[in-house]
Every structure is written in structure tokens, then in C-alpha cells.
Design a protein around this ligand. Structure first.
Ligand code: UDP
Length: 403
């Protein structure tokens, strides 16, 4: 795993010096992260790299994962969808299942953090264990138009936190507690994002039966309806009428997402027997994701809702042209026609993909601009700095941090 000094060639010495200074200010405080899955999805992706770097900076950072059964994750997935504005039937029983698992986790989980950093709704109830320590709720989802019932239920817990973090200004809600805007990030030195020799890319994709004999359009995502894999299939089918190309839909499952296999089956059915559609159900394999992104000609992220969409920054960092929906945190990453193409419909996405496949120089320029945008805004070092400032701000009453 990369050490801080290895980031110097990418972001410069001054950035790393600042991190060390901020780390010292925290004076060995314990920061306890809690979420609901160790693998799968963007939150686990970030914590995997964030926690060791915080430790290297002298912060006693820890990461705990709550436990939950199938029923609990069924309910939290409904919450997730409802927070994203999708119609869901949520019953009294569902709320009871959530509360019951919450109580069990409250009894089982040891709280040791000076700062307790709770990620997403699943572990939100832990705040009932709040004492004199500082509690922050980190909301990774797009709550710009949440279902009111679920939001009000969660508000019963949120109001007890000291602060709350959102990924985009459009997610901010009227709250009685302090709010912070912090965008997520990718790690340029992780297996998922580091440079890969061309031979490695070639070997890895061949191992999965893929050949670069025609342009590749790819979407990497959990098989989740909000990632719109069926929409991606339709986009590909429209493009295919004009350009002979192939599609990769690659995704794994996450321990806290019970809908994956059902959605995968729908996607397989709609794909039919087209030999140019490659649907890959993957185990967690960061190098392979890296290789798939690098082997692609166009990356798509056709989400219907998106908290941030790490996959967009991952693709841009690799200099790839991206076609992505203008939803949630995606427009923070893509400025239309500058660092990628934003789309609002299946037809619009197909038009954009065709445009990129027909104009390689334009596609390359968008990818290049995207990479610089990610370097300036969405790398892990900026994220670590924001989190250190956030933790420090918990110890200052007047919103002023004196350094
Ligand atoms: N990812 C992965 N394997 C997969 C599918 C996704 O490693 O099969 C990764 C992807 O590269 C990204 C993260 O999981 O780093 C997904 O984060 P994102 O913010 O895009 O979406 P989320 O799943 O959190 O909604």
C-alpha cells in the first residue's frame, strides 16, 4: 500500500506537508469510521485507502462494520432507493426491523472514537451511544429529493449528530446541525487506478475472453437499477446500428445490496444472444477493473441517481472519454464538452457515444481535460485534507479553525 511520500510526484510536496501539519494538530485523536460493508461500493472503496493514510498521519483511525441480516439489508436498500426519490412501499415492520438490528449493533459495537464517523443510513442509530465525543454523519447518497417518510425517520437520529457531510451542494437539507460539503476521491496509487503496462491490460482482458477487435464501451457498476444497466444496453443497441462496437457491463455485488442478482438476471435477459455484449459478474478485483477501464474506448455511467460516482473519476483519471448522466455528483466531475459528455436520455447518450467513437481526437482531449480536473479536485490527498479539517472543526465552536 502506498505511503504518503509516494504521492509527492502526483500532487506536489506542499500538499503532503500540509497534511502532516494538520495530522499533528489532531494530536493522536481516535477517529472511528463505521459503515455497513467491508467490500463493494464506493464507501468501502474509499475507507480502504483513507484509514491507512490517516494512520500514517498520526490519527488513530479505525474502521468497524455493523452486522445485519438479509431482512435488514432488504430494508436499508429500500431506504436507499426511497432517499433517491424512488417509490418504495415501506411498512411499519420495515422500520421495526431497522430499529431492531440497530439496537443489536448498539449493544455489540464498542465505541472508542474521539470522533465517530458514521457512513450512510445503515449504522445511523449508533448515535444513541453518543457521550461527550464528537459524532459526524457522512451521507454518501443523493438526498436532493428524498422520500419524506424515510427522511423524517432518519432525522430523528441525524439531529443528534454534531455535524453532517454531503458530497454535493444540491444534497444539502435544512438541518439543525452544522453541514459540510466534501466530495469523495479516488486513490491514484491503488491497484484500481495506478498506471498499468499495456501488456498487462491486454493479458487481463484476454483472460476474460475479451478481444479489442472493435471499439469497447464499458460501464462498471454494481448491478443496481439506479445505475441503469438496462439503459446502457439500449444505448449500445442504438450505437451498434451505426458503428460496429462491443459492450462490457461489469459489476460485482456488495454485501449490503441484496438486489444485485435479480438485476443481473434482467440484464442478461435483455442482452439476448448478442456475442458483442459481455456481462461480467466479477469478484472484487481492482486490477481487473483498472484493466477494463484502460482497455475501453468510451466509459459510460448512465446512473438515474448518483451520490458521486467514483467510477467517473476513475475513468477520467485514466484519460478516458466519459458519457455520464447529469445526475447527483456527476456534474461536479464532468463539465459538458470539456471533461466529458453529460447526457439526459438514452438517445442523448447514444448520440454522445457515437460522437466520441467517430472523433478520437475530441475524445482524447476530453479525457485529458478530465484527468487534470481529477488531479486538482478528486484525489485522495485532497479528501484526507478535508477530513482532517472536518475533524479539527469539531473542536472549535465558532466555525473558525486557527492553524
Ligand atoms: N466497483 C468494483 N467492482 C465492481 C463494481 C464496482 O470494484 O464490480 C467499484 C468501482 O470501481 C468504484 C466503486 O466500486 O470504485 C463504486 O463506487 P461508485 O461511487 O461508482 O458507486 P456506488 O457503488 O458506491 O453506488
Amino acid at each position: 500500500m502506498a505511503h504518503l511520500t509516494e504521492y509527492v510526484p502526483i500532487v506536489g510536496q506542499a500538499v503532503i506537508d500540509d497534511l502532516r501539519r494538520l495530522g499533528e494538530r489532531l494530536d493522536g485523536k481516535a477517529v472511528q469510521n463505521v459503515n455497513s460493508t467491508a467490500v463493494g461500493g464506493g464507501v468501502a472503496e474509499i475507507l480502504n485507502r483513507m484509514v491507512p493514510l490517516l494512520q500514517e498521519l498520526g490519527v488513530r483511525a479505525g474502521w468497524d462494520v455493523i452486522k445485519g441480516g438479509e431482512q435488514f439489508f432488504g430494508v436499508t436498500k429500500k431506504f436507499h432507493n426511497a432517499l433517491h426519490g424512488r417509490a418504495e412501499v415501506i411498512t411499519r415492520d420495515d422500520f421495526d426491523i431497522f430499529l431492531d438490528t440497530g439496537r443489536k449493533n448498539n449493544a455489540a459495537l464498542n465505541i472508542y472514537g474521539d470522533v465517530v464517523f458514521i457512513h450512510d443510513p445503515q449504522p445511523i442509530m449508533l448515535v444513541e451511544k453518543k457521550q461527550s465525543n464528537k459524532w459526524i454523519w457522512r451521507c454518501h447518497v443523493d438526498v436532493s429529493h428524498p422520500d419524506d417518510g424515510v427522511w423524517q425517520f432518519l432525522m430523528g437520529f441525524i439531529r443528534r449528530y454534531d455535524g453532517c457531510v454531503f458530497s454535493s451542494p444540491s444534497f444539502s437539507r435544512p438541518l439543525p446541525i452544522r453541514q459540510f460539503l466534501i466530495t469523495p476521491s479516488i486513490d491514484p496509487l491503488s491497484d484500481k487506478n495506478r498506471e498499468l503496462p499495456e501488456e498487462t491490460v491486454e493479458r487481463m482482458i484476454r483472460q476474460h475472453g475479451l478481444v479489442r477487435d472493435k471499439p469497447i464501451i464499458t460501464q462498471i457498476s454494481r448491478f443496481d437499477r439506479l445505475k441503469d444497466p438496462l439503459g446502457v444496453l439500449k444505448v449500445y443497441q442504438l450505437v451498434k446500428k451505426h458503428i460496429d462496437c462491443q459492450l462490457i457491463l461489469a459489476g460485482g455485488t456488495a454485501a449490503d445490496d441484496p438486489e444485485g442478482l435479480e438485476v443481473l438476471a434482467e440484464v442478461r435477459e435483455q442482452a439476448g444472444k448478442d456475442p458483442d455484449i459481455h456481462i461480467l459478474l466479477l469478484p472484487q478485483d481492482d486490477l481487473l477493473i483498472n484493466a477494463l477501464q484502460r482497455a475501453s474506448d468510451v466509459i459510460m455511467q448512465k446512473s438515474l441517481k448518483e451520490g458521486f460516482g467514483l467510477t467517473v473519476s476513475e475513468a477520467l483519471w485514466k484519460g478516458k472519454p466519459v458519457v455520464a448522466s447529469a445526475v447527483g455528483g456527476i456534474p461536479l466531475q464532468i463539465t459538458h464538452k470539456y471533461s466529458g459528455l453529460l447526457c439526459h436520455s438514452i438517445e442523448g447518450a447514444a448520440f454522445a457515444v457515437k460522437q466520441l467513437l467517430n472523433s478520437p481526437a475530441y475524445a482524447q482531449q476530453l479525457g485529458k481535460n478530465g484527468r487534470e480536473h481529477v488531479r486538482n479536485n478528486f484525489l485522495l490527498t485532497r479528501h484526507v485534507r478535508d477530513y482532517l479539517l472536518l475533524f479539527l472543526s469539531m473542536y472549535y465552536e465558532n466555525d473558525v479553525v486557527r492553524l
